[in-house]
Design a protein around this ligand. Structure first.
Ligand SMILES: Nc1ncnc2c1ncn2[C@@H]1O[C@H](COP(=O)(O)OP(=O)(O)OP(=O)(O)O)[C@@H](O)[C@H]1O
Length: 821
């Protein structure tokens, strides 16, 4: 088969492993690129339908593991996103065909992780090797469920949260780039942080019930990784910004086949509708009619508008379920997949210009040119040439010269630089305007005296504008009306007006603070004092109430109002902690104390069980050796058999054997209870530690809010440190911490999997804690919430019927110890 042109979307097919592979209707070509389908024609009626198909793809994967899929399908796309190309990898197929497995994989199993976690690992590993660039990664996780969008990286506690969020999210476009307004794009500085976000999003994902697949997800999910790449070696203003979309589409399905009802039927209708819009979009794209179809028909097509073909590196994985019952869905998936192969793709790098950086670079360039000019001036001996911005004094001089030039008292205006020439022109223009206004004013005075007041004010503004305009632009033009300036020479009238308005403001303040005359009046006197002699009265130098004055006024009024009741020195942290536990932290502290008590009770029971088990074990050993002894005695006397050939034993030996059986039974029951207590204790200890941390965190926030941030100048150096308090609350024998330490040591043997496991543990811990705080004090350890990671830490004791495998238990007070076989 000829090689396919590379400027098209790449399409691969992956089969779900099955014991009932329909080899009579479906065959995969030897080149692993073709799928042959044959449907048996109908027997009873004349069948004109097409019953044979050959589909060609970029690859067909049958019984291929997750790693090989990632290497073959995703690696290149990810690699290119690091160079600034957009990328999209999407899974399409019927419900249960393995889309989620391919895209996310099992979050509990490192080996079976899917494309998303592998992409994150590859990204961060690759970034670490690229020293010449600095990367910043942001992550967003969007779910589209029943054509409504949901931000999976935000915690939604209720239905109303969910609805509120849907209203906040909307799709926007900016120069052809599609983005979701209101969606959180969270910074992820490491693989572990990125995986944390993935796992967090996963738990929020809506899972619907379905007859075909109970775990089937009923929503489209788009995991977006935004990659910003800047040069670490040069200060160029150009950088690249690429977007990688990892899309897990909801399963396509036939309503009739799945017997959907109610909510599930509604979900299925939405899914089918959005997928058919997607098909329509793909059809138009493959026919090169991108504008003929309105992508806004559904949220899915709108969100993916810039992510299928075009400038984006696009790969689609068509997941099929190669069983006879799924033939119709397989045909429809493969048809869609082969349509997708026709969508053109011309990936291009997304280069962006950083305006701030660009300005910095222009400034640098400008300085360089000035230096060169200075060098040139010195070489041609133009020593008094000025290329710098003109000072206020120089502008004043120019204005003076211009006026004298106009009056005829000066023959030439001396100019040495281009800036001076421009300043002269600007000044001339301003003088012209003022003269014009003056003439107008005089006319008005003569013919319309009533207008005087308003005209004066206007004129005042314009006069101040002369110098201001020149000041502002240093002779290069600017705000000639002088409306936006705070400094400059103000006219007499204007100054008067300002003073007047200030007085009014001051009087108002005075009236409002009549209850506290001493300080307020002192401040007023200060504010009214004239400018120091010799200083040009500019807008900046005009008298005003200073910040210090205002602060003093505020302080006095607060003191008089008696608002500030707080002591000057904050209490010690230990004392404050006690106060916190009684007030804001009381609920948390109560949960903490209750959990501790429950843990202590469990530990007591645990020790009691251990004692009983050991007692039973000792008795069991004793009974067993007596029974052995009896048996040997019997054998030494020769065996007695009854008519059926069965061994006859005496009553004492019979008693011993029965006792042995009973003791074994007791041992097992106690042992079971002891084991479950052990996991309950670990769980409780985790909760206690989490409550403790939460309590301390809340306390720190409260302490800072209450004492430290209140500008309290008390000496805090001698206060008890947070660590001191923490040490008071240290939980001895923290099994959870020990477990995590063990887990980390274990992980050192496979360093690559470390971020995945860490993120997994963090997510699990968060879930346990959230569940615990939501429920209040812990009562009974729910088996379902004990995480799989924790489960692996328990010693897997297989105590079968062999007496030798029954372990003894060593205990030391309330502390649990490992078992010795
Ligand atoms: N390649 C595979 N290897 C092992 N198990 C697989 C594979 N593909 C699918 N499965 C299993 O098949 C089941 C359904 O897969 P999955 O949930 O990924 O389907 P789906 O296409 O995402 O379904 P839906 O559209 O309903 O979300 C899961 O239990 C999954 O573990």
């Amino acid at each position: 088969m000829p090689q396919r042109a590379s400027n098209k979307v790449k399409v691969y097919v992956r089969t779900r492993p099955t014991n009932h592979f329909a080899s009579e209707v479906l065959a995969i070509g030897r080149d692993n690129k073709t799928v042959n389908l044959h449907r048996a024609p109908s027997q009873n009626i004349i069948d004109n339908k097409v019953n044979d198909w050959i589909f060609h793809f970029d690859g067909v994967f049958n019984n291929v593991n997750q790693e090989d899929i990632f290497n073959a399908v995703a690696k290149d796309v990810i690699h290119q996103t690091l160079d600034g190309y957009n990328g999209t990898i999407m899974c399409y197929g019927q419900t249960g065909a393995g889309k989620t497995h391919t895209m996310t994989g099992f979050s509990e199993s490192y080996q079976n992780r899917g494309i998303i976690p592998r992409s994150l690992q590859y990204l961060y590993q690759e970034i670490a090797t690229r020293q010449e660039f600095s990367y910043s990664i942001r992550i967003a996780y969007l779910e589209i469920y029943n054509d409504q969008m949901c931000d999976l990286l935000r915690t939604l506690n209720s239905q109303s949260d969910y609805q509120q969020q849907q209203q906040q999210l909307s799709i926007g476009e900016d120069s052809g780039l599609v983005y979701v307004k209101g969606l959180s794009y969270r910074l992820a500085n490491s693989e572990e942080e990125a995986l944390n976000l993935l796992f967090e999003g996963e738990t929020n994902r809506a899972i619907g019930q379905h007859v075909l697949n109970k775990q089937s997800s009923r929503s489209h999910c788009i995991f977006t990784i935004l990659i910003e790449r800047r040069s670490a070696v040069s200060s160029t203003e150009k950088y690249t910004m690429s977007k990688l979309n990892l899309v897990d589409l909801a399963g396509s399905e036939r309503l009739a086949k799945t017997n959907s009802e109610g909510v599930t039927k509604r979900e299925a209708t939405f899914i089918n509708k959005s997928l058919s819009f997607l098909e329509q979009a793909v059809l138009n794209l493959s026919d090169k009619k991108p504008n003929s179809h309105n992508c806004r028909s559904s949220k899915l097509t709108h969100a993916l508008k810039d992510s299928i073909g075009g400038r984006c590196n696009t790969v689609m994985i068509a997941n099929i379920w190669p069983e006879l019952q799924q033939l119709e869905e397989t045909i429809s998936t493969l048809r869609f997949a082969s349509r997708m192969m026709c969508v053109p793709a011309e990936p291009t790098v997304n280069e962006v210009i950083d305006p701030i950086k660009a300005i910095e670079n222009y400034k640098r360039e400008n300085k360089l040119l000035r230096d060169e000019l200075a060098l040139h001036d010195s070489m041609v001996q133009r020593t008094n040439a000025a290329h710098e911005s003109l000072s206020e004094q120089q502008l004043y001089e120019i204005e003076n010269q211009c006026r004298r030039f106009i009056d005829g008292t000066l023959d030439d205006i001396e100019v040495k630089s281009l800036r001076q020439i421009q300043a002269v022109f600007n000044t001339m223009r301003n003088i012209c305007r003022i003269t014009e206004k003056d003439a107008e004013k005089k006319c008005r005075e003569r013919y319309a005296p009533a207008d005087n007041q308003g005209y004066d004010q206007q004129s005042g503004h314009k006069i101040s504008g002369i110098t201001r305009g020149a000041n502002n632009a240093n002779g290069l033009g600017g705000d000639l009306d002088g409306q936006n300036f705070a400094s400059g020479v103000s006219s007499k009238d204007q100054r008067g007006a300002k003073d007047g308005s200030l007085k009014t403001a001051r009087n108002k303040k005075q009236n409002s603070t009549t209850a506290k005359p001493p300080v307020a009046q002192a401040n007023n006197t200060k504010a009214k004092s004239p400018s120091p002699p010799g200083v040009k009265p500019t807008g900046l130098n005009a008298p005003r109430i200073t910040t210090t004055d205002e602060e003093q006024l505020k302080e006095t009024s607060e003191a008089l109002d008696g608002k500030d009741q707080r002591p000057n020195t904050p209490p010690g942290r230990s004392a404050a902690f006690e106060e916190f536990k009684q007030t804001r932290g009381s609920n948390l502290n109560r949960i903490y104390v209750e959990n501790k008590e429950i843990t202590a009770t469990k530990k007591k029971q645990f020790a009691e069980f251990a004692r009983r088990i050991n007692q039973t074990k000792a008795e069991l050993d004793q009974t067993r050796s007596r029974a052995e002894q009896k048996k040997n005695e019997r054998l030494s006397m020769g065996e007695f058999l009854n008519e059926n050939g069965e061994t006859i034993i005496d009553e004492e030996e019979y008693e011993l054997i029965s006792k042995l059986q009973d003791l074994k039974g007791t041992y097992r029951t106690d042992y079971e209870q002891w084991k479950s207590l052990k996991s309950e204790i670990t769980y409780c200890q985790n909760l206690v530690a989490q409550c403790q941390n939460r309590l301390l965190q809340e306390f720190d926030i409260w302490y800072n809010e209450t004492y430290v941030n209140e500008n309290n100048t008390g000496d805090v150096g001698d206060l008890a440190s947070p660590s001191k308090i923490k040490s008071d609350y240290l939980v001895l024998d923290d099994a959870a911490e020990r477990f995590e330490r063990m887990q980390k040591e274990l992980l050192l043997t496979d360093l690559d999997s470390m971020p995945f496991r860490q993120a997994q543990m963090k997510t699990n811990r968060r879930h346990v804690f959230d569940a615990a705080t939501a429920q209040g004090p812990w009562r009974q350890a729910p088996a379902a919430t004990v995480t799989s990671a924790n489960r692996t830490s328990y010693f897997e004791l297989n105590y079968d019927d062999e007496q030798e495998s029954l372990p003894s238990i060593f205990t030391n007070g309330n502390q649990q110890k490992s078992m010795v076989r």
